[in-house]
Structure formats: structure tokens, C-alpha cells
Design a protein around this ligand. Structure first.
Ligand SMILES: Nc1nc2c(ncn2[C@@H]2O[C@H](COP(=O)(O)OP(=O)(O)OP(=O)(O)O)[C@@H](O)[C@H]2O)c(=O)[nH]1
Ligand SMILES: [Mg+2]
Length: 367
């Protein structure tokens, strides 16, 4: 049965009341697990119900070598930043909600093409469909990196952003705990490995709540109840993020503020001013680096022209060959490399050789 928004809000309120009454009684652990599960489920249903009320969905297409989403409160300077770092022109203004839909741009850096999404401002209760909440979810699903844009005069907004993303079941700069679930036809629920810190009974209760009655489960890392539910129900999204601390032209203390934020939230903070273009090239560098990509160059042995190719850090000669052309892999013998990963120019290396940014590669085929 699909429940409407008001019914769900009432249900969450009742459950939370029940939860707070039951919380301090140690004998009721089992019951608490069930309430927590029900609350999480109702909150998720509420997000879905709110989406229906607020109308249409939308679609963002991924292009380029990697994708980055700019996320922040209204007027933090997202559009001002995309206008500086990418080849697009997004409207900027002093009033909130200047941007109302996702504006894509391309940032060209070190011969890579990085797609950047300028997004509508996110606000509190975005997970209920207010502000740009839904757009953040759809963009988060395709983005490889989030850049939080924070106004230096409003740094308290970061805490609210993190809370919102938590409600959207987007986990920031966290490693996904490894959980293995094997569905069976009979035998009930068997917890084989449990390094979660959660009582086994709670785990069973949650799985039953999700309709998983016959499974063997192993949990290899610490996880709390909310995150566990979010993972086993398939809704959890894990995202890497950095922060662009904007408008530093308005604060003399920006070094100190940046350092404090970075320490408190364990996030890389890049202080910038979009208006004065202070540090914006450095921001591009940090985006590129946090995407974990390198640009290498392919060169035919008889030609001067070099073709840029973007690969993941740790990529080998064979990875470059695969990306270049599937057929070349069978014929590939070795490669000749000039650049950071070579000991000397035109060094012959095997196909398992690990490349570095800036390498120039010439494939050498079997005769
Ligand atoms: N002083 C100063 N003002 C800035 C800076 N960056 C942006 N602004 C101003 O802040 C206001 C909001 O900038 P936008 O780029 O429109 O902000 P936004 O985050 O895109 O806002 P929404 O689209 O409404 O979510 C504008 O008046 C900008 O001129 C900066 O580095 N320094
Ligand atoms: Mg904007």
C-alpha cells in the first residue's frame, strides 16, 4: 500500500516517540531494533512519497573522462565557480535559487575532459524534495566526486549539508563496509561473520523486516543500524568529496577557518575566491587529483603527434592498450616509454608496467 506524506510523517513521529520511551531499557534491545528499522523504512517511503508530490524526475547524462557535482546551499557561489573552472556560463545573482536545474559544463585540465554539474542550492529538508534535493541524488549517482561549495561566512551550513546527505542515504568519504549476503531457499538466517558491532538479533530482525528469511550473511566491518539497513536494502550511495571554501576575499582568517573545518570533518578543504579567481586553478588540480586519474600520451613511433588518454591511477600498459583498441591487446609485445615512469627516454617495458601521469607511450607489436 502506498501511504501519503501526512500519514508517513505521523507514523515517523509515533515511532520516534515509542523509540525514545523504549531506548533506556536494556531488556528491550530486540524491540528497539525493530522500531529503528521501521523508522528508517518510513523515512525512505517519505522521500518517495515527497517525490511524487513534487512532480517530475529528470535525467543527467554522463560524458567525458569523469564527472563532478557542485553541491551547496543557495548563494554559496556554485555557479560563479563553474563559470571560472569550466567552459559554461551559468547565471549568478545575489538572491537564493538562481539556478533551478542542473547546468553541465566541461572543465579541461591536463588534457582531460571533466564534466562538472552546477546544481540548484540544497537546503534543509532537501531529502523531502525541497530545494534541489532530488537533483542531488540523481547527480550523486553519476558523479565520481562531490565538491561541496561553502560560503566562508556560513560555515555552519556544512553540518546541515552532511545531515541532509545522510537522510538521502549518501555516505561521504566513508568506505563501504564489506557485507556478503547469500540467499538460500531454506535454513533461516545464519550470521557467519559479524564484525559490525551490532547484536546478532538486531541483524536478524532487520533482515526479516526486509523480507530476507533465508540467508547466510557475513559483515566484515563496523556499521551502525541505519547504514546497515541502507546497504542491505540497496539504497546506500558512497561518494568521495572535497570542500571549496568560497568567498575568502571576505575573510582575513580564511587559513585558520579552512584548517579547522578540515580537521573537524576530515575533509580536504580548498580555500578560494570565485570572484577574484584566487586559487581556482589549484581547485582544478585538486579535483583532478581526487578523481584518481592520470593523463598519458600515446605516440606512434614514426609520428610526432601525441594523443592524450585518461586512465585511473595505477593503470598499466595493457590498460592503455585496451582503452585504445581491443585488437591491439592480442598483438601487443611491449611498449616504449618516455616520461615520469621511465628510467630513461624510450625505455622498453613489459605490458604490466605501471604508468605515471605525463608518460608518452608507444605500443610495440609482435612481428
Ligand atoms: N565576495 C564574493 N562574492 C561571491 C564569490 N563567489 C560568488 N559570490 C557572489 O555570491 C552570490 C551568489 O553566487 P552564485 O554563484 O549565484 O551562487 P549559487 O551557489 O550558484 O546560488 P544558487 O544558484 O542560488 O544556489 C553572487 O552575488 C556572487 O557574485 C566570491 O568568491 N566572493
Ligand atoms: Mg547557481
Amino acid at each position: 500500500m502506498v501511504q501519503d506524506k501526512d500519514t508517513l510523517e505521523k507514523k515517523i513521529q509515533d515511532l520516534e516517540e515509542e523509540y525514545s520511551k523504549t531506548k533506556d531499557n536494556k531488556k528491550t534491545n530486540y524491540h528497539i531494533g525493530r522500531i529503528r528499522f521501521k523508522i528508517a523504512q518510513a523515512k525512505h517511503d517519505l522521500v518517495i512519497a515527497s517525490k511524487k508530490i513534487h512532480g517530475e524526475g529528470f535525467f543527467v547524462k554522463k560524458t567525458g573522462d569523469a564527472t563532478v557535482a557542485l553541491v551547496g546551499f543557495p548563494s554559496a557561489g556554485k555557479s560563479s565557480i563553474i563559470n571560472v573552472i569550466a567552459n559554461t556560463s551559468s547565471k549568478t545573482a545575489q538572491y537564493a535559487f538562481t539556478t533551478t536545474k542542473i547546468i553541465p559544463g566541461t572543465m579541461v585540465h591536463k588534457d582531460s575532459h571533466i564534466q562538472v554539474f552546477d546544481m540548484p542550492g540544497l537546503i534543509e529538508d532537501a531529502h523531502l524534495g525541497k530545494g534541489g534535493g532530488r537533483m542531488v541524488i540523481s547527480a550523486a549517482k553519476v558523479a565520481d566526486l562531490i565538491v561541496f561549495v561553502i560560503d566562508i561566512n556560513q560555515t555552519q551550513q556544512f553540518e546541515k549539508l552532511m545531515k541532509e546527505l545522510n537522510s538521502l542515504e549518501i555516505h561521504i568519504n566513508k568506505k563501504r563496509p564489506y557485507i556478503q549476503i547469500n540467499e538460500q531457499t531454506t535454513g533461516g538466517i545464519r550470521v557467519e561473520v559479524n564484525k559490525s558491532g551490532l547484536p546478532e538479533d538486531d541483524i536478524k530482525e532487520i533482515l526479516m523486516g526486509l523480507g530476507m528469511h533465508n540467508v547466510i550473511i557475513s559483515i566484515w566491518g563496523l556499521v551502525d543500524e541505519d547504514e546497515f539497513i541502507s546497504i542491505v536494502s540497496g539504497r546506500a550511495i558512497y561518494m568521495k568529496a572535497i570542500m571549496a571554501l568560497n568567498k575568502i576575499d571576505m575573510s582575513k582568517d580564511y587559513h585558520k577557518i579552512a584548517a579547522e573545518l578540515s580537521k573537524r570533518y576530515s575533509i580536504e578543504v580548498v580555500p578560494i575566491s570565485a570572484t577574484n579567481r584566487t586559487n581556482t586553478d589549484y581547485l582544478k588540480d585538486r579535483i583532478y587529483d581526487n578523481l584518481g586519474i592520470i593523463t598519458v600520451y600515446l605516440k606512434h613511433k614514426l609520428e610526432e603527434e601525441r594523443m592524450p588518454m585518461v586512465l585511473g591511477k595505477g593503470a598499466t600498459v595493457i590498460d592503455a592498450a585496451k582503452k585504445f583498441h581491443a585488437h591491439i591487446v592480442d598483438e601487443l609485445n611491449c611498449a616504449s616509454i618516455t616520461g615520469p615512469s621511465a628510467k630513461f627516454p624510450n625505455q622498453r617495458v613489459g605490458v604490466a608496467h605501471v604508468l605515471k601521469a605525463g608518460d608518452v607511450i608507444t605500443f610495440i607489436r609482435n612481428r
